[in-house]
Design a protein. Sequence first.
Length: 149
Amino acid sequence: MSALHLPAGTGATHHFLGTTMTVKAGTPETAGALTLIEQECPPDFATPWHVHQNDDEAFYVLSGTVQLYCGDRTWQAGPGDFVLLPRHLPHAFANRQDSPLRLLQLTWPAGFEHFAADIAGGGPDPALLAEVAARHGYQILGPPPDAIS
């Protein structure tokens, strides 16, 4: 592993389930330690309920508000908030606002960037998503959670 400087606006970009993910560091840059992705989620975006089998996931919110669901907990996080979603716990997140959500997504160990690349550009095909997710150690459990008022 060597030092890395990645200027703003650079990195491999993937259009992933309606979001824009820019990989800032991944497997080669961190010797497999972690993946760091800058993500922009449009209004009304939501992930399906899912479980990470092999990695932990965390978010640092840059702008907007994210609605989070983890196990039986639900909460909102805004700019400057940090959220940890440990592996093996069912979770989902959504942008229920009318403006984009921007966050940093960290997963460790590294590898999430490969899942993002493999599913990038694909349409909303739940069967394909489940198949590709399973290959990368993610289990899709069901559709996105309903909006919470």
